[in-house]
Write a protein that binds this ligand. Structure first.
Ligand code: NAG
Ligand code: NAG
Ligand code: NAG
Ligand code: NAG
Ligand code: NAG
Ligand code: NAG
Ligand code: NAG
Length: 424
């Protein structure tokens, strides 16, 4: 397996994040997500002791975990995983009610059977940052995985957010699925992640449903769910309020459906950033529907770096049945994305990321700025096949009128507010 590569990748990620932090804001975002180290790839240890329970049930409280919120229970949880992973058939790691303090968890497979993590209690993420190499809970090279229950993954980020800003430290994601096939994350609550809450990387057939995700509105990089390099991903019936994107869909993703999301506060639902690094792959076949965005900075957004490092295409993107409640930029395509002017290439004002076949249908509600629609495409790479169908978002303020700002966006408008029908 590519362990050396992955080790390098983590190192590179840390370097990049730091370089960018040094330039003040984290322009290093999606794709830098300190996704996953721990490639492993070896089979689970033979003869891992069935530490407890019958029928492949591994209860951490019977393996030495203490649910007092203070005693470090990392070893018990890790042992439960190792045993479950080595068990044939279906095995369960049970986290009963109580608060269990744990450092990084390495849930690496391949495992012999399918595994369910039954989360009834709370896992508290250790704030001893020296313990982390990349993320908090990493599920790697696993097939047929479920994490479910009414419990909580509490990243305890509030204890380190200031540190991440002032000391420029790379922060761990809460839950990473890396090289995972056929997994479901359901019912659980994620709270105050130090970085992204859920990061789905290089995985396929993944469902996230009935989850709630909460972090402070003023802490960046606390994205709700990030998807990168993955296919057949469904994120549904989930409420997300954080300081960054509710859902972000990065390079190499296809067949992603996002529905029934209540988003806010936060930065909305994004495709991108695209083009930050070399060799990024296309994004295609993304549907976002039946969502409500509440006072977010963006509604639905496609963003690519100006002078990107990769030639790639974002296509077949549909955004429909979406309600905006005082969203600052309800509909936005931005081919000139460049936070704090930290751009990868030389700035010659030509995008090499193309955006095509994008439908915005039945998008209603209000915006908090006059520009309800912004389609900022480049002259060298105009956006094409854009449809604005039944787009009726109105400026909520009184001192101005609703408007659209569009450059180089080609396509058709139908049934939309006249002021927004800006396509050529
Ligand atoms: C995680 O576990 C796998 C297999 O058990 C091992 O190969 C890998 O080195 C571990 N990774 C870390 C970061 O401990
Ligand atoms: C996916 O995993 C679940 C258990 O986690 C299993 O019941 C189901 O059969 C798996 N689906 C496929 C297609 O393997
Ligand atoms: C949506 O998720 C919530 C938990 O967050 C759950 O109580 C509710 O039943 C789910 N709704 C549907 C339609 O599945
Ligand atoms: C438009 O979207 C809203 C949700 O925002 C939904 O209730 C309504 O049924 C949709 N209308 C049509 C015609 O699909
Ligand atoms: C812009 O710069 C990139 C390299 O940074 C180069 O490949 C491209 O040809 C340039 N485009 C124009 C129009 O000069
Ligand atoms: C880049 O292009 C945009 C729109 O096509 C234009 O508004 C802007 O002034 C240009 N910037 C530079 C630095 O040429
Ligand atoms: C209306 O909004 C536009 C765009 O934000 C701004 O340029 C313009 O000055 C505003 N007009 C008034 C009267 O405030």
């Amino acid at each position: 397996m590519a362990s050396a590569n992955n080790a390098l990748r983590v190192f590179f990620i840390l370097t990049v994040i730091c370089a960018v932090c040094a330039g003040k804001r984290a322009g290093a975002k999606k794709g830098d997500a300190a996704a996953a180290p721990a490639p492993g790839g070896d089979a689970a240890p033979e003869g891992a002791t069935k530490a407890s329970g019958a029928d492949g049930n591994f209860d951490i409280s019977k393996l030495g975990a203490t649910g007092d919120g203070k005693t470090d229970s990392t070893k018990a949880v890790q042992d439960a995983w190792t045993s479950a992973c080595g068990a044939t058939g279906s095995a369960t790691v049970l986290i009963p009610k109580g608060e269990y303090l744990v450092g990084p968890l390495n849930f690496t497979g391949p495992c012999k059977g399918s595994i369910t993590v039954q989360l009834d209690g709370t896992l508290l993420g250790s704030n001893d940052l020296a313990k982390y190499t990349a993320s908090w809970i990493e599920v790697c090279h696993v097939e047929n995985f479920v994490i479910t229950g009414a419990g909580t993954l509490d990243g305890q980020g509030t204890g380190v957010y200031t540190k991440s800003k002032t000391e420029c430290k790379a922060m761990p994601n809460t839950l990473v699925l890396f090289h995972v096939t056929n997994a479901t994350v359901s019912g659980i609550r994620l709270l105050n992640s130090k970085f992204f809450h859920i990061n789905i990387d290089t995985s396929k057939d993944i469902t996230v449903k009935d989850v709630s995700i909460t972090a402070p509105a003023d802490v960046e990089n606390t994205d709700g769910v990030h998807v990168g390099g993955s296919s057949k991903v469904s994120i549904t019936n989930t409420s997300i309020g954080t300081g960054d994107d509710c859902v972000s869909i990065g390079p190499g993703s296809s067949g992603v459906t996002v529905s029934g999301i209540v988003c806010g506060p936060g930065q909305g639902i994004s495709v991108g950033c695209l083009g930050r690094y070399k060799d990024e792959k296309d994004v295609t076949d993304v549907t976002v529907r039946d969502c409500v965005l509440k006072r977010t900075t963006n509604g639905v957004r496609i963003k690519s770096y100006e002078d990107a490092e990769s030639v790639l295409t974002a296509s077949h993107l549909t955004f429909e049945n979406i309600k905006m409640e005082e969203v600052a930029n309800p509909i936005i395509i931005d081919q000139f994305y460049c936070p704090e002017k930290v751009c990868p290439g030389k700035r010659n004002n030509s995008s090499i990321v193309s955006v095509k076949d994008v439908t915005f249908r039945n998008i209603t509600g209000t915006s908090s700025t006059p520009e309800a629609v912004s389609l900022l495409c480049s002259a060298t790479q105009p956006c094409s096949g854009v449809s604005l169908i039944d787009v009726n978002v109105e400026y909520a303020g009184k001192n101005n009128k609703t408007m659209a700002v569009c450059n180089n966006a080609k396509g058709t408008s139908k049934g939309s507010l006249e002021a927004l029908a800006c396509l050529v």
